[in-house]
Write a protein of this length. Structure first.
Length: 341
């Protein structure tokens, strides 16, 4: 194992262990070594980078040529049953040696606010950064990033991806951590107090014996008008759609879970993995996977941090449909289903 690989693995495990930066198998990192790009394999967890072999070597000219031709499928460039990250194209096209794509929740909230560009200009003043409008991950996003890079006088060290996260770019691994810390400090949103779930009320209508999570953050979507609007509205970011679905099952205290679940499934065409009981807490299906649970925790963190009275803009119905019918994300869900939480 080369020093370049080891440093990428250590850096990735550090950022991957912070649920405010990365959730489950989300996010991706890379480092360039000549014409070779070491990039995270799709569906793997950055948090495990120090213990597992999760990076793949791909040829940069090959990736760039396929991007130019509009070819999304890079699965043949993988090995050992792993595929390169769906974000590999923009990792290859960015000029900096080290590229980290993180699903920073505070950045997602800011990028979903009204007049987000004005707010972010104030918060990120002095940094070399650029805003990237929302686009579906993979080729659509890579092409927009390419156009942003072409317009920039100097290559940005920070990209804010609308409703998606951030990209940190640096020449050396050591330079990326101070930049991440700086961005986190600038965009930090003070969380509200953790809610206390009403476990007795949750038990009343739980005829399916779903689990009451011990993680208090997970219960946040059930408390307060802002939280319930966020949890019941259009999803804010792609991984929520992929792992939790485009809609949430929401009940009132005293409602029975079984009939509500069946009605929800008939209406939306998919089986819910969790149920929000207003002002009581959250119940979790036994079919909940590790990746889905990480996204449920992310939803809780977003609800705790979103400023009261600020209406956030979620993904459009068209964006949600594009994610739900995408083979690349179905592959990630298949990997996640191998272990339940």
């Amino acid at each position: 194992m080369t020093t370049t690989y080891r440093k990428l693995a250590v850096l990735s495990s550090i950022v991957g262990a912070n649920p405010l930066l990365v959730q489950g198998g989300g996010g991706n990192t890379s480092v360039k070594d000549g014409q070779k790009l070491w990039v995270k394999a799709s569906g793997t967890w950055l948090a495990g980078a120090g213990e597992q072999d999760i990076f793949l070597p791909v040829d940069i000219p090959t990736v760039l040529e396929r991007t130019r031709l509009g070819i999304e499928d890079l699965s043949d460039l993988g090995r050992n049953g792993m595929r390169p990250s769906i974000e590999t194209p923009f990792h290859a096209m960015m000029p900096q040696r080290v590229v980290l794509h993180l699903h920073m929740l505070d950045a997602i909230i800011y990028s979903s606010m009204p007049d987000e560009n004005s707010v972010l200009r104030d918060k990120l003043h002095g940094l070399n950064w650029a805003m990237v409008p929302y686009a579906r991950p993979d080729l659509p996003l890579s092409r927009i990033i390419d156009s942003v890079l072409e317009k920039a006088e100097t290559a940005p060290e920070l990209l804010v991806l609308q409703n998606h996260g951030i990209v940190i770019a640096a020449e050396n691994e050591e330079d990326s951590i101070p930049l991440i810390n700086d961005v986190m400090k600038r965009l930090r949103l003070e969380p509200r107090l953790l809610p206390v779930p009403d476990v007795f009320a949750l038990a009343v209508g739980n005829d399916l014996s779903w689990r009451i999570p011990s993680c208090p953050v997970v219960h946040a979507p059930a408390f307060g008008p802002s939280a319930q609007v966020i949890s019941g509205g259009l999803p804010l970011y792609p991984d929520h759609v992929v792992f939790l679905g485009p809609a949430a099952l929401i009940l009132n205290a005293g409602d029975t879970l079984g009939p509500a679940k069946d009605s929800f499934q008939k209406t939306y065409g998919f089986e819910p993995l969790f149920a929000i009981i207003r002002d009581c807490g959250v119940l979790v299906s036994p079919k909940m996977t590790p990746g889905a649970f990480a996204m449920l925790e992310a939803l809780g963190n977003v609800c705790l941090r979103s400023p009261a009275g600020v209406e956030l803009s979620g993904l459009s119905g068209e964006d949600v449909n594009a994610l739900g019918n995408w083979d690349a994300e179905a592959y990630r869900k298949t990997l996640d289903s191998s272990e339940k939480k």
